[in-house]
Design a protein around this ligand. Sequence first.
Ligand SMILES: Cc1cc2nc3c(=O)[nH]c(=O)nc-3n(C[C@H](O)[C@H](O)[C@H](O)COP(=O)(O)OP(=O)(O)OC[C@H]3O[C@@H](n4cnc5c(N)ncnc54)[C@H](O)[C@@H]3O)c2cc1C
Length: 555
Amino acid sequence: MTQPAPTLRDTNLDKLATLRFDVLVLGGGINGAVSAAALAARGVRVALIDRADFAGTTSQQSSNLAWGGIKYLESYEFRLVRKLCRARNKLLRSYPSSVQEIRFFTSVARGFRHNRFKLWLGAWLYWMIGGFFTRRPRLLSVRDIAFEEPIVEPNGLAGGFEYSDAYLHDNDARFVWGFIRAALDWGCVAANYVEALGSTRTKEGWVTRAREATTGRELSISSELLINACGPYADEVNARDGISTAHRHVFSKGIHILVDKLTPRRRVLTFFADDGRLFFVIPMGGKTCIGTTDTRVERPEVEVTPEDRAFVLENINKRLRLTRPLADSDIIAERCGVRPLVVSGSGNGGRDWTQLSRKHALDIDAPRGRITIFGGKLTDSLNVGEEICAEVRRLGVVLPYARRRWFGEPPKPVRDEYFHQANLMALDALTSPQSTEKLSSRLWRRYGREALGLLEAIRRDPRQADVIIETSEYIRCELDEAARREMVVKLEDFLRRRSKIALVVRREEIRAAPGLREACRILFGEEQVEEKIAEYFGREAPAWTRTRQAASGLD
Ligand SMILES: Cc1cc2nc3c(=O)[nH]c(=O)nc-3n(C[C@H](O)[C@H](O)[C@H](O)COP(=O)(O)OP(=O)(O)OC[C@H]3O[C@@H](n4cnc5c(N)ncnc54)[C@H](O)[C@@H]3O)c2cc1C
């Protein structure tokens, strides 16, 4: 009998154990992913491991916003706002189909600490600092709000204003996956579910002991330099390796809930919550995402508590005019994570916790060839990639293609060719009724130039355009693509991160979908269907609330 062909992940595991790398990146959240993509594109021999799935920790729990940090104007951090606005603009320019401008329709209550004119002027300043890149801010009267967004409760409002920022159309985890996939395309050797157990500096460089989570196989990975991009776990990883740093993390917990769509208009409804912080109602596909909270916690392992849920529901019910208030039973899914916030030395973030800004810092241990990434945002990710390249070069690694562009969607001729072909075959007629957008746009955004291959698959066999999990919009050839190129190890990797099914379809509906088994057959092969389904549904609590377990791969 012939052996099944090895998967990309199998091959990469073997390479991790046998090759020597210039750089090993620990952690495949946004910071690790951009580091690997930038270095690999510039010709560095780079490897990346994550003990859970890529983006399986903090980077799947964000508000999905690429924003210039309007709130930091209040603390006069103009340079930070300028930097973040530029980073946002660069993302908007580079990823026109996945990072899109969106209006923030902001209501201001009477008696709020700033009046609406002052806030509106602040929005103008923000617009100017952002280089006039987006649409102009607008002042809103209570009448404007009531007319344009009848869902907003007008009683008690002084009026409002509207300004622009950007959001990630698919979501954060898919955005991160794009960088991992790009890194793989440039030759990076990456694998998920491989935990770094400890790294030792020898005369030749770093040796990292690692364990593959599904089989328990242990391997040692050799590299010249080491990048610790373990997000909220970066301090623990450094402490275990005996490394001390000038920075460290403190943690702020934030949650979001997903409910049925609240307003048909594609905009972010923005409020100031009872604690004075910005509070958002954000579109996510055909659903609405509401949040977030900001609670100081000591440890990164967090879950949504009844108090968190009550805070979000109470705040939103007060600010919206709904036919009936939202309740626990309306929640389709929840998101919960900690923001790893960087502080220097033994500082604890100062008096005003919620004002602690979300900068990033690189801590360089030049003698030992080790870099730790602290803090950061999805918004600032392209800068992190560039800074990492500069530091790696400074530490002595040659970047053979030092000026090569490592990010962005494929160029216009490829895009034009794709849409021309999609048009010729009337692809959009196959759009699922569940979908909130045309099939051609969705495939382009998710797969870039690979989408041309998907068109070919549909031309060959029109059944490739069938929706597989009935309540979602994903079609057969996308599952094939995921099985072949997206390193899906667990069902959750596909449902929660490569796609957003687990965020927009209720768990019971996914479980009952007749197509679920076929989806698993395509992803994992016939023999593993029941095991993968049991692994996903066997848990008592939904996986996204159990960061720690997922992170250790022990679910
Ligand atoms: C509620 C909330 C809302 C937010 N909203 C926004 C927003 O709207 N816009 C924005 O730009 N940012 C936002 N952020 C911030 C942003 O999400 C984070 O700063 C960012 O995702 C951190 O990425 P990271 O790569 O540093 O960490 P992570 O994503 O946590 O990645 C670290 C990785 O390291 C892995 N790891 C840990 N230990 C090991 C080990 N021993 N071996 C191998 N791998 C290991 C983990 O499994 C994990 O995947 C938000 C954050 C939160 C919590």
